[in-house]
Every structure is written in C-alpha cells, then in structure tokens.
Design a protein around this ligand. Sequence first.
Ligand code: F3S
Length: 63
Amino acid sequence: MDKIVVDQNLCIGCGMCYQNFPEYFEMNEDMLSVVKKEKITSEEKKEVIEAIEMCPVEAIVIE
Ligand code: F3S
C-alpha cells in the first residue's frame, strides 16, 4: 500500500491540497499541510496524484 508524505520544509501553505482533497490532507496550526490519511489504495492514489500536480512547490510525494 502506498503512503502519502508532505515535506513540511517545502510546504508554503498554499492550501490547494487540503482545500481540494480534505480526505487526505488537513491544515495544521502553522497553516501548513499535514497528511490526514497516510495509507492509500490504488484508487485513492489517482486523487493524490492530482493533489501532487496542484502543489506549487512539489511538497507532496507518494512513497
Ligand atoms: Fe502545502 Fe503544497 Fe498543500 S504548498 S498546502 S503541500 S498544495
């Protein structure tokens, strides 16, 4: 099973991931993205790839 990782050092808090995909990401107290649902199925992976493509700083990866 794949795992979502957000690099807190890269995230600038643009909000695209947690606004568009709140099932996988949420905002922390610093307005940065944190992973809400770490383990994803292959179906969910398609949505997470969309989030990855939306992120302006490439802070989201699937491991
Ligand atoms: Fe941060 Fe990228 Fe999401 S900048 S808030 S990880 S879209």
